[in-house]
Write a protein of this length. Structure first.
Length: 143
């Protein structure tokens, strides 16, 4: 794999020690999502308040290390952000993965580790999985 050693370490750490990998007892939104190209699956849970801020977010998932690392990183990025802000960040991630456009937006934290995924088209959907799930999540009805 053609990822720089540092980014590879960051990604492997998240894949091995998934952050916020738990089911939430109380949530306003929940979505099940399946990656069409790799067989990765996840259920994302979120508590989104009336101001459209994500107060808490978690996931349960199984799949390749890229999708699991991406989902783990996503929970850290998403917590405390508004839905609108996350949609902005989603655009940046799509530009980075699909078009190879680099970003230095600090709000993405560890997710910038995925910049070299642009060289691996077969893994695009793996890296973008939580962002694709987010799109569905925010359209889902509140529970
Ligand atoms: Zn995958």
């Amino acid at each position: 794999m053609n990822l720089s050693e540092f980014y590879k370490k960051v990604i492997l750490d998240h894949a091995k020690n998934k952050r916020n990998h738990r089911k939430m007892d109380a949530f306003t939104h929940k979505i099940h999502y399946k990656n069409p190209t790799c067989g990765d699956v996840m259920t994302m849970y979120a508590w989104i308040n009336d101001e459209e801020t994500v107060e808490d977010v978690s996931f349960i998932g199984e799949g390749c290390f890229i999708s699991m690392a991406s989902s783990s990183m996503f929970t850290i990025v998403a917590k405390g952000r508004t839905v609108k802000e996350l949609q902005e960040l989603s655009l940046l991630m799509n530009e980075m993965i699909l078009n190879g456009k680099e970003t230095e937006d600090e709000r993405l934290e560890d997710m910038i580790s995925f910049k070299d995924i642009h060289k691996l088209p077969a893994r695009y959907n793996c890296a973008l999985m939580p962002w694709q799930a987010l799109e569905k999540l925010i359209k889902a009805e509140r529970t």
